[in-house]
Design a protein around this ligand. Structure first.
Ligand code: KIV
Ligand code: ZN
Length: 386
């Protein structure tokens, strides 16, 4: 594996599915998993097998169906969870068990009612048990974002010794700043013995709107896997959005960090997940929102008509959108109106265009958006063509 290749670990079907009201059944998970494989993700976290019989069956079926990607099942550092996850993954070609435990003071003290040393013992036992079933074991240190670095380094080191191949450093509560999260990854690379044998993974939540920035800070400091979801769906404010990290790395080639995702399938994957989870995508969502490639103010429209790159940093075709759109509103200028009229087959001299523009503004003030049929009507009513 090339050193600069970032593994994309998609957790839409596990962390993403934890959104209230977005529960997916086995058939729906299979459809999404097929699309994720087509998209080119490296790891599909299919579910949390011990959580319900339905999720167990779904993880098993995704494992049976998937050909190229690694299929992962989540477990707590609990013997039964790990055994059930191993059972669910038995038919997967490339199975991975993702096991772990809370490591921050808050988790150790209040959630686990335990001590750092006991948590460390549980982590080691969990990784060893998982390793007795599958080669590929990923360890997560839940709430690593708020875990002090010295203890985090010690537990990571113990997990490596026990056989973990990937160490997940989750910012479970979305608390970290990018600089802080990047520094945490760097600290682990510099202070954990055996770290060169494994890869570090980012897993960021979006409570402060920083999940994507933190994931990028993580890979810029050496992490080689990003855990993310389509449309950024997930607990509370969600997880890192897959489409965002993929396009950031693509649009900044000097970072020399690449993924195997076929970005041209991002929009159709986003639509599929939104439809199946019955969770609309906000119009201004980066990359996949309905307005991500539409221009509505006169100044921007004029620029884009003259040269696309004046206001577009991504060619829409790169993410599977045919072209950007010019939305006609009362903020549009003559250039946008002329451009759209021309597309409809009308070319006017300047004085006729001025007349059309004056009428257009009256329609635009009445309506939020002026559509093609409004323009045909306007041309007819004003007798602009004979
Ligand atoms: O956010 C988190 O810490 C998680 C772990 C279970 C990996 O989702
Ligand atoms: Zn999470």
């Amino acid at each position: 594996m090339s050193e600069n290749k970032i593994q994309i670990f998609d957790t839409t079907l596990r962390d993403g599915e934890q959104v209230p009201g977005c529960k997916l059944n086995k058939e729906e998970k299979l459809v999404i998993a097929r699309q994720l494989e087509l998209l080119g993700v490296n790891v599909i976290e299919a579910g949390f097998p011990v959580s319900s019989p339905g999720d167990f069956e779904a993880v098993k079926a995704v494992g049976q169906q998937t050909k190229e990607a690694t299929v992962c099942g989540l477990s707590r550092a609990v013997e039964e969870d790990i055994r059930v996850a191993a059972d669910a993954l038995q038919y997967a070609r490339y199975p991975r068990i993702h096991t772990g435990i809370g490591t921050s003071e808050l988790h150790v003290k209040y959630k686990l009612c335990s001590t750092q040393e006991k948590v460390m013992e549980r982590a080691v036992a969990a990784v060893k048990l998982a390793k007795s079933f599958v080669e590929d074991v990923e360890f997560y240190a839940e709430d690593a974002g708020r875990t002090e670095n010295e203890y985090l380094a010690r537990i990571c080191e113990a997990a490596i010794k026990a056989g973990a191949m990937v160490l997940n450093i989750p910012d479970t509560t979305g608390y970290c700043l990018p600089e802080e999260y990047g520094a945490k990854i760097k600290y682990l690379y510099e202070n954990v013995k055996g770290i060169e044998k494994v890869s570090l993974s980012t897993h960021c939540h979006n409570d402060l709107g920083l999940a994507t920035a933190n994931s990028i800070a993580g890979v810029m400091n050496g992490a080689r896997q990003i855990e993310c979801t389509i449309n950024g769906v997930g607990e509370r404010a969600g997880n890192t959005a897959l489409e965002e990290v993929v396009m950031i790395l693509k649009q900044h080639p000097y970072l020399n960090l690449t993924t195997s995702v076929n970005s041209k399938l991002l929009t159709e994957t986003s639509n599929l997940v939104s439809h199946m989870m019955r969770m609309p995508v906000q119009p201004n969502k980066a990359i996949v929102g309905a307005n991500a490639f539409s221009h509505s103010s006169g100044i921007h429209q004029d620029g884009v008509i003259k040269h696309r790159a004046t206001y577009e940093i991504i060619d829409p075709q790169e993410v599977g959108v045919n072209s950007s759109s010019i939305v006609l509103t009362a903020r549009s200028g003559r250039a946008a109106l002329a451009y759209r009229l021309q597309k409809l087959g009308y070319t006017f001299e300047k004085n006729v265009l001025d007349k059309a523009y004056a009428s257009f503004l009256l329609v635009a003030d009445r309506k939020k958006e002026v559509e093609d049929n409004d323009l045909h009507a306007l041309v007819e009513q004003e007798k602009l063509v004979f």
